[in-house]
Design a protein around this ligand. Structure first.
Ligand SMILES: O=C[C@H](O)COP(=O)(O)O
Length: 332
């Protein structure tokens, strides 16, 4: 088991050592002619579940790795200090000690990639994560709808950074995508990036509200050109959130941006990823399309509130041979 884990390079902290994406000047030539063939995308992702699967110790290793790439999230109207403190505790100790011991991982210092909360809960997240390396991610810019003025968005980002967020998840103005106002979108994202300062910026496209894959691809390009460190699918509040198909569109844009600039932009699917099996499908897609270098917390995150519970349950099954009830692996 240890060898398998080592081979899979389990990384447990997110230290932000990677070069950031400074962006490039706006130029429509990079995305103007994009035209995505929906059925080709869907055919490609339909091959994933059946053709490839990860078994036994490899599956356990991949699931441990997946944990290190979760932005453990709570974004609910009834969030309190209490549940943010529990979330922080879960981020520090994502898997029960007895399970980790059986996996030979008791001393591996496994944590989630980050904890993700609303701006006004940052102080509680700070309290919960004191003396750990786990970064706080805050959703800013009028999450989830993004209907605030640009001035308010910028002010909110600055407040979140001042309060201790090391990562800022912004939402874009979807109307700019719907009306193809690409330069305005670029300017908006660039101003947000400036307001982030040293905090890494993840740009949420809310792909469930974008009608075509072609527009998703164009919005991905604009977000990267304007300096996003990550592009992210969804807020978790749209009626359609992360899918493998939209992920394929976005990660191919990341690949092409890398070919053009030499800069690696991260990817964060978010919303509705609740099962370990789903997580494995995403990891296989990333491995096949972008390669192993993207499979670490610097370049890949799951935005998820309940995925960790199912992963822990699957790991328990791997070490004991039986499933426990879901409530034995509460999220927070
Ligand atoms: O960014 C994270 C999402 O809001 C989490 O969505 P979820 O609750 O469906 O896992």
């Amino acid at each position: 088991m240890t060898k398998v884990l080592e081979k899979n390079g389990i990384q447990t902290t997110s230290s932000h050592t990677l070069e950031r994406n400074e962006g490039i000047p706006y130029n429509e030539k990079y995305f103007d002619e994009i035209n995505i063939n929906r059925s080709a995308i869907e055919r490609r992702v339909n091959t994933l579940g059946g053709r490839r699967s990860v078994k036994k110790e490899y599956q356990a290793a991949w699931l441990l790795k997946a944990i290190s790439m979760i932005d453990l999230t709570t974004l609910a109207g009834d969030d309190t200090r209490g549940n943010v403190l529990r979330l922080g505790e879960k981020a520090r100790n994502p898997v029960r000690h007895d399970i980790l011991e059986k996996l030979g991982m008791a001393n591996a210092n496994l944590t989630t990639g980050a904890v993700c909360v609303y701006h006004n809960l940052i102080p509680y997240a700070k309290e919960a994560l004191e003396e750990s390396n786990i970064p706080i991610a805050a959703v800013s810019t009028g999450f989830p709808a993004g209907k605030n003025s640009l001035e308010e968005k910028i002010a909110e980002i600055k407040k979140s950074v001042a309060a201790g967020a090391k990562e800022i998840d912004i939402v874009i103005s979807r109307d700019l995508v719907l009306e193809s106002k690409w330069k305005e979108l670029y300017d908006e994202v660039k101003l947000c990036r400036q307001a982030c300062g040293d905090a890494h910026m993840k740009t949420i496209l809310a792909t469930g509200e974008i009608p075509t894959y072609t527009k998703v691809a164009k919005a991905s390009w604009v977000a990267m050109m304007a300096g996003s460190d990550f592009i992210k699918t969804s807020t978790g509040k749209e009626s359609v959130n992360a899918t493998l198909a939209v992920s394929l569109v976005m990660i191919r844009c990341i690949r092409d941006y890398y070919k053009l600039t030499g800069v690696k932009v991260g990817y964060k699917p978010a919303g509705g990823i609740q099962k370990a099996k789903q997580a494995l499908d995403y990891l296989i897609l990333i491995k096949e399309e972008l390669g192993d270098e993207w499979l670490n917390p610097e370049l890949f995150r799951f935005g998820a509130s309940s995925l960790l519970g199912d992963i822990e349950r699957q790991l328990e099954h791997y070490v004991t041979g039986s499933y426990s009830a879901g409530y034995r692996h509460p999220m927070a």
